[in-house]
Design a protein around this ligand. Structure first.
Ligand code: IMP
Ligand code: MG
Length: 176
């Protein structure tokens, strides 16, 4: 099996789009403080790049979730591997995701974060694959809407590899 990566979104395109989203957030939040909640590990590159373009006082929080067990057919049940470390009560929270696929992770996290009584909660995803949606969720800020393909790079992995690519690519698994 060989792994080939076809470039889908270049480093330059990522930088331009992330600047545009940051401008939207800057417009929407003005001088209000923001807490960015990054979904590990895929959202890390996105968080660090977008955070540098935000003009508010920005706090960083990280959360890690995974599906129960190892089933390939997702049960829709998620478990928190790493919880928030500080209170988000009364804060303006923006949840940062790498990609929204079935929507299960995002819908679970929305409920989880709402229970913690933030002042506001917005959802920001770099990538959106709406054709794969099982749970009806929509992000407030979307970087790129993409076709149904397996994506790697810029934080996203295949078996923990390729997160460090500076661009986004489609992974092709070819039998040799
Ligand atoms: P969900 O199906 O919307 O719950 O997506 C959950 C998680 O699956 C995402 O946050 C990603 O970490 C991962 N994921 C979904 N699609 C892809 C992909 O194309 N490449 C890499 N990871 C993915
Ligand atoms: Mg993710």
């Amino acid at each position: 099996m060989s792994e080939k990566i076809e470039v889908l979104i270049t480093e330059e395109q990522l930088d331009k789009r992330i600047s545009e989203i940051a401008e939207e957030i800057n417009r929407d939040f003005g001088s209000e403080d923001i807490t960015l909640v990054c979904v590990l590990k895929g959202g890390v590159m996105f968080m660090t790049d977008i955070a540098k373009k935000l003009k508010q006082k920005v706090e960083f929080e990280f959360i890690d979730v995974s599906s129960y067990g190892n089933s390939t057919v997702s049960s829709g049940k998620l478990t928190i591997n790493k919880a928030l470390e500080t209170s988000i009560e009364g804060k303006n929270v923006i949840l940062l995701e790498d990609i929204v696929d079935t929507g299960r992770t995002l819908s679970y996290l929305i409920e989880y974060l709402k229970e913690k009584n933030p002042n506001s909660l917005k959802l920001c995803t770099l990538l959106d694959k709406p054709s794969r949606r099982v749970v009806d969720v929509k992000a407030d800020y979307i970087g790129f809407t993409i076709q149904d393909a397996f994506i790697v790079g810029y934080g996203l992995d295949y078996a923990q590899k390729y997160r460090n690519l500076p661009y986004i690519g489609i992974l092709h698994l070819d039998e040799e």
